[in-house]
Design a protein around this ligand. Structure first.
Ligand SMILES: Nc1ncnc2c1ncn2[C@@H]1O[C@H](COP(=O)(O)OP(=O)(O)OP(=O)(O)O)[C@@H](O)[C@H]1O
Length: 248
């Protein structure tokens, strides 16, 4: 079976900074893989590498057998960025942000067809944003903004989704809504790679997990990766109590 995500021997440097060191990762279709690691451990860089947005010193990326760039251009690969990477002052409505997910389906003239409008309305409804659809994206709360980007990913109907910290700064209710939405996407056959600092979220969401510290220090089931001795060996800190954000 072709892997949904396959990264082999990826090494990335920013000048003198070694951000990824010989990283390998394989995720089968229809699975949720958690990407865990401390600040600066390379999670965002790995996403950008998969998306074809940063050059690699060495290594190879395949998304359903294609390069990341080719998969992205064909609408097979979706990305929910970290909140900090988005310009919230940009004057755009929630509905327009979600419609951006349809661009890969529209052709060069980007004219929305009825199928695109239906997909957008469906995604807004699933993320409970229908009533806020005409609001400027910058005028939403943090949790609502996250949901808007998850809605964009739903509307895109991409087979593989990369989500960078979808739970950062959201309350328990939004966290539960987002988790449920992501599991529904998985159950519909999508493949998800989800970075998070919130280890308490991992067993409920992830089928498997990878612990990154520039290179892969552990991979396996959430139980295997979250073993206290694994975390201790990797970071020299004990596991924290369930529900506590992970801040070694
Ligand atoms: N554009 C850049 N130029 C130089 N160094 C960078 C750049 N982007 C990231 N880095 C460095 O590369 C390393 C990995 O950063 P990255 O953003 O991938 O980590 P991360 O795991 O996503 O962190 P966080 O959890 O804080 O978002 C860090 O040491 C960071 O300082």
């Amino acid at each position: 079976m072709t892997a949904a995500i396959e990264v082999t021997g990826a090494t990335v440097r920013y000048g003198d900074v070694l951000a990824l060191d010989d990283v390998g990762l394989t995720v089968a279709p229809g699975r949720v893989c958690g990407l865990l690691g401390t600040n600066g451990s390379g999670k965002s860089t790995l996403f950008k590498t998969i998306l074809g947005l940063v050059p690699t010193d060495s290594g190879r990326v395949r998304i359903l057998g294609r390069t990341g760039t080719a998969a992205r251009r064909r609408g097979l690969l979706g990305y929910v960025p970290q909140a900090e990477q988005v310009d919230w002052a940009f004057p755009v409505r929630v509905r327009d942000v979600v419609m951006m997910g349809r661009y890969g389906h529209m052709g060069a003239r980007r004219r929305a067809r009825p199928a695109d409008t239906r997909a957008v309305e469906h995604a807004l409804a699933r993320t409970d944003l229908t009533d806020l659809a005409d609001r400027q994206i910058g005028a939403l709360s943090g949790g609502q903004r996250k949901r808007a980007f998850v809605a964009r990913a739903i509307a895109q109907e991409a087979d593989v989704l990369l989500l960078d910290e979808p739970f950062a700064g959201v309350d328990k209710r939004s966290e539960a809504t987002i988790t449920e939405l992501l599991l529904q996407l998985r159950d519909g056959g999508r493949t998800l790679l989800v970075s998070t600092h919130d280890l308490a979220q991992v067993p409920a969401l992830c089928d498997e997990a990878v612990l990154l510290q520039r290179h892969v220090v552990a991979r396996g089931t959430p139980e295997e990766v979250l073993r206290p001795e694994t975390l201790m060996a990797a970071f020299g800190v004990p596991a924290q109590e369930e529900g506590t954000p992970w801040t070694p």
